[in-house]
Write a protein that binds this ligand. Structure first.
Ligand SMILES: Cc1cc2nc3c(=O)[nH]c(=O)nc-3n(C[C@H](O)[C@H](O)[C@H](O)COP(=O)(O)OP(=O)(O)OC[C@H]3O[C@@H](n4cnc5c(N)ncnc54)[C@H](O)[C@@H]3O)c2cc1C
Length: 512
């Protein structure tokens, strides 16, 4: 990512539009409790102080990507004065979650790339991640059930110290929230509600009246979008950002069509414990889908296991000991043998014409992942699908994160793409402000689309190709996969390009 974000200076001035107290645990419990009287009182404090409920930007969806956009806007000189509304009924936005480092880890985690880590550092959120459990990893091993090949990646192959970091989603989210709370000039209002409807009038030429027009007048002239929320409140914004996930209401209301399909797979996720610390990210492709074992720090690892929906129900409900046994079998000897270290000759002799400068991991032998000894979290199952919005931008509306694209989790890229969207959009808004543009103008928003759409389509297509190629047990395809593993293991330029692309540091998987 191109770094244009200026690191923020933390000041003591607090400019949230609601009393800070409302974000303390006790007050927040009231906001989101079943006690509707108390809830309404606090909500009123949260939302009614804004001038005319008129905003520069309304971010619908305060998940990881929506919050990342808010942080990016609060960090840049030309955008930090914007008046921003964040709309989301997720209770995590309304309370300071007290996450303790020694709590058992959550089952929802993300593998974040070096590019995402740089982004978090630039906006000032990484320092909060570091206060919680997180696990950097510098090695990764990928293989499949046929035993015909494997690839080991090492950060040293590209002269780096790490390949990525595994962080619980709640830690990423609360770190962005903490970062936002430190913003000095940034004006933001959180609406603990959901978007119900959105209306836009077509643009009409403005008549100079000599006084500043009301929000209703600007709305009637097509200069503001009107958002109606599920709690009956309404607000106006120059720009509406749909960061509201795969089933985006913003996308639907803007009439933006999508392309995609469901995979015949669910992902079962959970946390397991080992006897030793796991320091490597492991992924084995099985006929019904990949299983990943991701280091989480201490002696914990996260499991992301894609399988047929029927199998996922069985694996969710089987007793814990049987589940742990199934995990260990899936990561070692189930379906097929362990790969031999040199299927095509020692140190890739079969590729000697291309391996003049072997990467350091080319000589690493296949290793067996550490055994899981205990299940330490609930098991959750997620249906998997591919979805891509045909447009990312229309008049006064723009989509980021899962609202614009959802991908298979096999390479842990989904939220990383979303963070890149957030960064790119914040820069486009800043560039627009610099030249006096209306930030809701579709011609400006299309610049963001032009930057992110090709990159997201490329990653979506690659992940879809992997999903298809690795979920078929077919002789010739098995041989091709083995060749791909060996190519990635021994051909240095291929390996370096794969690492750079998966790290988010290179836009296209081209040879350099
Ligand atoms: C099993 C699994 C494993 C994964 N692992 C990884 C990984 O390792 N690395 C990675 O990069 N990605 C991973 N992903 C993908 C990642 O989880 C998603 O890309 C990410 O959560 C998307 O974030 P988001 O903020 O765009 O959307 P969401 O997380 O879906 O957040 C959307 C927000 O919008 C709010 N919302 C929805 N509708 C409305 C409305 N009408 N009004 C107001 N608010 C609304 C919701 O409450 C929510 O807070 C994984 C996904 C799965 C399923």
């Amino acid at each position: 990512m191109n770094r244009a974000i200026v690191r923020k200076v933390v000041t003591t001035v607090h400019t949230w539009k609601f009393p800070k107290k409302a974000f303390s645990n006790d007050a927040a419990a009231g906001v989101y409790s079943a006690d509707s009287v108390q809830r309404n009182n606090v909500e009123d404090k949260l939302c009614t102080t804004t001038k005319m409920d008129e905003y520069d930007v309304a971010i619908v969806g305060g998940g990881m990507v929506g919050m990342a956009l808010a942080c990016a806007l609060s960090s840049m000189p030309l955008t930090k004065h914007l008046n921003v509304a964040i709309i989301d009924s997720n209770p995590a936005l309304g309370r300071r979650d007290c996450i303790k480092k020694d709590d058992l880890p959550d089952s929802r985690v993300s593998t974040v790339t070096p590019a995402t880590i740089s982004f978090f550092k630039d906006v000032g959120a990484w320092e909060y991640v570091q206060q919680h459990r997180h696990a950097y990893f510098d090695k990764m091993q990928v293989w499949d059930y046929t035993g015909l090949g494997y690839t080991r990646y090492n950060a040293r192959d590209v002269g780096k110290e790490i390949l990525g970091c595994v962080v619980e989603n709640k830690v990423l989210h609360s770190s962005l929230l903490s970062c936002l709370e430190q913003g000095a000039d940034f004006q933001k209002t959180i609406y603990p509600s959901r978007l119900s409807s959105m209306t836009l009038q077509s643009c009409s030429p403005s008549k100079e009246t000599g006084f500043s027009p009301s929000a209703t007048t600007l709305y009637n002239r097509g200069r503001l979008a009107k958002l109606d929320l599920s709690d009956g409140k309404s607000l106006y914004a120059k720009l509406v950002v749909g960061a509201d996930g795969g089933k985006s209401r913003v996308r639907e209301l803007a009439g933006i069509k999508t392309t995609g399909w469901s995979y015949p797979q669910n992902a079962v996720i959970c946390t397991v414990e080992h006897d030793v610390e796991n320091k490597c990210a492991w992924q084995r492709f099985l006929p019904s889908g990949p299983i990943a074992l991701l280091p989480m720090g201490d002696k914990f690892s996260n499991i992301v296991w894609s399988m047929k929906p029927k199998e996922s129900s069985e694996h969710k409900s089987m007793n814990e000991d049987d589940f742990v046994k199934a995990v260990n079998k899936a990561l070692d000897y189930d379906y097929g043998p362990r790969p031999r270290s040199s299927f095509m000759g020692n140190n890739g002799d079969g590729f000697s014409w291309l391996t003049a400068a072997l990467t350091s991991s080319a000589n690493e032998h296949f290793e067996v992942p550490p055994k899981a000894v205990k299940l330490v979290s609930e098991r959750m199952a997620f249906p998997l699908s591919l979805m891509h919005a045909n447009d990312y931008a229309s008049n006064r509306v723009v989509l980021i994160g899962d609202a614009a694209h959802t991908v298979h989790p096999l390479a842990g890229q989904g939220v990383n793409l979303g963070f890149e969207d957030a960064f790119s959009l914040s820069k486009v808004i800043s560039d627009g402000i610099a030249v006096g543009s209306d930030i809701g103008e579709v011609s400006l928003l299309k610049k963001y689309e032009a930057e992110r759409k090709p990159a997201n389509i490329m990653m979506t297509a690659i992940l879809d190709g992997f999903q298809k190629a690795y979920s078929r047990d077919f002789g010739p395809l098995n041989i091709l996969r083995a060749a791909a593993f060996h190519g990635a293991q021994y051909i240095a330029p291929v390996k370096r390009n794969i690492i750079a692309y998966a790290s988010g540091e290179q836009k296209w998987p081209l040879f350099s």
